[in-house]
Design a protein around this ligand. Structure first.
Ligand code: SF4
Length: 718
């Protein structure tokens, strides 16, 4: 009997009248699931389904992908360009020519009065790779500002920095298929089931076929930690200490792959000298993991025939983010676990096309992983674009996290934000509000007119969303997949690609540079620029990508398919061809709990929402399952403060305060609270976000707070 019923009712799938399915790629996270959107007889998108033959998701989608077709007509979309003189005025509707003329005029005025770098551009990880390439051409080759970055500094810059320091280049070396081969998985600061549900499903599939140890390092008992064989509840911000100590045990007990180290790495002596200091007993005092467990994990990892590490924001969003990534790479280099099936350092990326911006946007350099610091790279790109190499700066400008303080100091006067929402995503909301108010000119380009940051703009440009346009995304495992145009752009919104090319026409310098008319034309330029390089696209075409449901780079001219792994021959991108083993001294440099603010504040995702909820907050079922910000708190800690489950409490830090609904749970230890980061006027009202010195990524996940009971619950609920 089924819950009191005598018969099982058949499952009915409602007939939505689909007459055509169109292929595309999910626009939320970096997993890169292939989706088909169903259109009815009127051509309206009415449903979504996973693509059965797709290598990545094999027919599966998570909750967000299942409802993704609802985005096309979701509430808050921008219909027409809007303008006003001051941010406190009412917006007036306008036409595209007037809006673009105003933006170009303001950029030229600010640059004329205050210098080229006084106008900054901050983009995203959400638009297509061809759009990133075109924006890079516009920003670097036409507008000529060096203060140009992506919001990927908030999520992936530590991974980029760590890969560059260890291997000589960005580029995740592994792939999802490594789950099928590994004999030990170490996951650090990654709650895979909620962050990347389909990658988690791939891992579960592999584990069902063949059992291997799963070790999860996370200060919180996440969903992933609950299914792990070993959970290491580490003290926040001390991953480098744990990684040094794992390396210590491996070297001390002779478990390393000495031949691999000798043949493929450099700086072994300096590395060994630093690691010698981190015996497990000393490390345990700092990282909170007992010495025997450290030894056990080190032996398990080193003795596995192939072992891999995955990580996300628990590593990256720290004052030691870049060092944490280097520590993971060190571990895999000394055990010979790079470039072989099941052996890798795989950073799980956040946004759908964070990889595209890393590869092609020119934010941190020039397209195709080229560097502004290299004369040869500047000359090559200048020649290709038809401009003077002297137009390029000789080193990269400010990161996103330094652009905002530069506005505060008056160094930057104008800002163009593209598909990013700092009013919700940046730490210390009150400070960001003051900074945006200070700008002479702010243009917000976004699919949604109601995005919180638009409150401070002078011009709003309505962008087409996701599959209202065509182009590529690159996923976590370097797989380039195609977003086909499924619906026309909403109202008068335009593809970002069109906006960038129209903007270029309004600059004298833009007349020297050719901009292809289509994204496919831009893709052809990228193929030429990547030929013979590590990220070689020259063997790809839109048709071939769609036929294969995505192709991994490098995919060289004439290749049938892409390469699943990098560095298979042990040759790295540093000039000597070796990977660097880098010593990592640990300095405890973050804010820590004290008497006044006795709790750690940790933040993270829920499965229903993506980033600042600009999109998922509009989707009925996602909002229904996760409607409100909440705070996880340990029942013992709550009892002492008179805080009750289901009641509102005030979260207070040195930056500000936020009112949150309390959920009492043993998932967090007594000295920690956890709040999802998606909600406006919530966790980032209190967060600190000190920056990693290498990557300039903020330590979103670690700062000190206190929690206060609220007497007037009715007022708190408003
Ligand atoms: S796992 Fe990521 S890519 Fe796949 S459907 Fe969900 S949000 Fe989209």
């Amino acid at each position: 009997m089924l819950f009191g019923r005598k018969q099982k009712n058949p499952i009915r799938i409602p007939d939505k009248g689909v007459v055509e399915w169109k292929y595309t790629t999910c626009g939320y996270c970096s997993t890169g699931c292939s989706i088909e959107v169903g259109l009815n007889a009127e051509g309206r998108a009415v449903t979504s389904r996973g693509v059965g033959g797709a290598h990545v998701n094999q027919g599966k989608l998570c909750l967000k992908g299942i409802f993704e077709h609802e985005l096309f007509r979701s509430a808050g979309r921008g219909r027409v360009p809007l303008m006003r003189d001051h941010y406190w005025d009412e917006f007036q509707e306008t036409d595209w020519d007037t809006a673009l003329d105003r933006v170009a005029g303001e950029i030229q005025r600010i640059q004329g009065e205050h210098g080229r770098d006084a106008f900054a551009i901050v983009s995203t990880g959400q638009i297509m790779t061809e759009e990133f390439y075109t924006l890079g051409k516009l920003a670097r080759g036409v507008i000529g500002t060096n203060n140009y970055d992506g919001n990927t500094t908030l999520c992936m810059s530590s991974a980029v920095s760590g890969y560059k320091r260890s291997f000589g280049s960005d580029g995740p070396p592994g792939c999802y298929d490594d789950f099928e081969h590994t004999e030990c998985l170490l996951a650090i600061g990654s709650n895979l089931p909620e962050q990347h549900p389909i990658i988690f499903w791939r891992l579960k599939q592999a584990l069902e076929k063949r059992k291997f140890p799963v070790i999860v390092v996370d200060p919180r008992v996440t969903m992933f930690a609950q299914m792990a064989d070993i959970h290491l509840p580490i003290s926040p911000g001390t991953d480098v200490v744990l990684l040094n100590s794992l390396a210590h045990v491996i070297l001390d007990e002779g478990l390393e792959d000495r031949a691999y180290m000798e043949d493929h790495t450099s700086d072994i002596d300096a590395f060994e000298a630093e690691v010698a200091r981190w015996d497990p007993d000393s490390a345990a005092q700092i990282c909170g993991i007992d010495a025997d467990t450290i030894r056990n994990v080190a032996r398990t990892y080193a003795r596995a025939g192939a072992a891999m590490t995955i990580w996300t924001m628990g590593i990256n969003q720290s004052t030691h983010g870049s060092d944490g990534v280097v520590g993971i790479n060190n571990l895999n280099l000394i055990t010979g676990n790079i470039g072989k099936p099941g052996g890798t350092s795989l950073s799980i990326t956040g946004q759908a096309n964070a990889m595209g911006t890393r590869e092609w946007s020119s934010c941190s350099g020039l397209p195709g992983y080229r560097a502004l610091e290299k004369e040869e790279d500047r000359r090559e790109i200048a020649e290709f674009w038809g401009i003077d190499p002297e137009f390029f700066p000789k080193k990269r400008g400010l990161f996103q996290t330094d652009i905002f303080p530069a506005i505060e100091s008056g160094q930057i006067r104008g800002l163009w934000l593209i598909a990013t929402n700092p009013m919700t995503s940046m730490t210390n909301t009150a400070r960001i509000r003051r900074i945006l108010e200070k700008l002479d000119f702010l243009v917000v380009q976004d699919a949604y007119a109601d995005v919180e940051t638009n409150e401070y703009s002078h011009v709003y440009l309505p962008a087409a969303i996701w599959a209202e346009k065509q182009g590529c995304f690159t996923n976590t495992e370097r797989r380039v997949n195609l977003v086909r145009n499924v619906q026309p752009p909403y109202a008068e919104s335009k593809p970002d690609f069109w906006i960038f090319t129209q903007m270029a026409k309004r600059f004298e310098q833009g007349k020297k540079v050719t901009f292809p008319e289509t994204t496919e034309g831009a893709f052809e330029e990228m193929k030429k620029l990547s030929k013979g390089r590590m990220l070689d696209y020259s063997g790809m075409s839109y048709e071939k990508i769609e036929k294969n449901r995505g192709l991994q780079w490098p995919c060289r001219e004439g290749d049938e398919t892409g390469a699943p792994r990098l560095y298979t021959g042990g040759r790295f991108q540093h000039p000597d061809g070796r990977a660097k083993l880098i010593p990592l001294p640990f300095e405890d440099n973050n804010e820590r709990p004290d008497e006044e603010y006795p709790l750690w504040l940790n933040s993270g995702r829920v499965v229903e929402h993506f980033h600042t909820r600009t999109r998922t907050g509009k989707i009925g079922n996602l909002n229904k399952f996760s409607p409100t910000p909440y705070m996880e708190m340990n029942p013992d800690a709550a009892r002492k403060l008179g805080i009750e489950h289901g009641k509102y409490a005030r979260l207070v830090s040195r930056r500000g305060d936020a009112v949150v609904l309390v959920q009492l749970t043993q998932r967090v230890p007594p000295d920690m609270v956890f709040v999802p980061f998606h909600f406006h006027e919530c966790v980032n009202r209190v967060s600190l976000g000190l920056l990693d010195p290498h990557s300039r990524q903020p330590a979103f996940k670690q700062c000190a707070v206190r929690v206060e009971a609220i007497e007037d619950q009715t007022a708190a609920a408003v």
